[in-house]
Design a protein around this ligand. Structure first.
Ligand SMILES: N[C@@H](CCC(=O)N[C@@H](CS)C(=O)NCC(=O)O)C(=O)O
Length: 223
């Protein structure tokens, strides 16, 4: 039975899982959850899939798992993929960057998305103090990442890992949210390399763009 992955094609978090699964050759069955209709907050979803009302969620037989990073680690261990690191040392470095990415990096792009796009859908103005704080945090983390990537092709070691995928996720929405990634040339070059050399990453970007731009257009929202 194929592993089920629940999510909305406009989600940068779903993109982390669908890309990693494609790279690892894991067969998945996608289950569409329309986040713009609030489907992840339906009682059945909260009860059976994720009480936090967030996607993606994975169902593999009796195993139900949410959080894209946890899902990707599960899948990588299941198939023995080096996306989780080729050596024990690499594995700890990959985990280090994945935890960092969740707490210190992605969250501020998500906050900006919620303010600049989520609130537009609800007819509310963005809160500039939140966006300003997010930009301060993004600039501090972006400078450290930019220095890290000055002489590296990947976040860890000399090959693609889940750390690259987790840290690249905010590039799913940056053209719409206008977070200041363009101030960091090594970061931008690394992201472009991923798009040029990892077909699943480029394909998932097209999917996110089509879904979000299509939904914005249908709602008559111009950014
Ligand atoms: N930390 C979670 C974040 C999940 C998340 O924020 N998912 C968003 C889509 S990108 C979502 O499902 N939002 C639905 C909602 O807030 O109602 C992960 O990495 O999986």
């Amino acid at each position: 039975m194929a592993i089920k992955i629940y999510g909305d094609p406009g989600s940068g978090s779903l993109r982390r899982v669908t890309s990693a699964a494609a790279i690892m050759g894991v067969d998945i069955e996608r289950v569409y959850v329309d986040l713009f209709k609030g489907e992840s907050h339906a009682p059945d979803f909260l009860k059976n899939l994720n009480p936090h009302g967030l996607t993606p969620v994975m169902v593999d037989g009796d195993v139900v798992l949410y959080e894209a990073s946890a899902i990707n680690i599960y899948l990588a261990e299941k198939v023995g993929s080096d996306l989780l690191g080729a050596t024990p040392q690499e594995r700890y470095e990959v985990l280090q960057w994945m935890f960092w990415s969740g707490e210190q990096w992605r969250v501020f792009s998500v906050l900006t998305f919620d303010e600049r796009i989520g609130k537009r859908f609800m007819g509310q103005p963005e809160d500039k103090t939140i966006v300003d704080l997010a930009f301060v945090k993004i600039r501090a983390a972006g400078a450290a990442l930019d220095a890290h990537l000055a002489d590296r092709r990947f976040i860890v070691g000399d090959h693609l890992t889940l750390a690259d995928i987790d840290i690249a996720a905010p590039f799913s929405q940056n053209e719409r949210t206008k977070v200041p990634f363009n101030e960091f040339p090594n970061l931008v070059a690394w992201q472009q390399r991923l798009l040029d050399t990892v077909p699943a990453w480029a394909a998932s970007k097209r999917e996110v763009d089509e879904r979000i731009d299509g939904t914005l257009n249908a709602a008559g929202i111009t950014l």
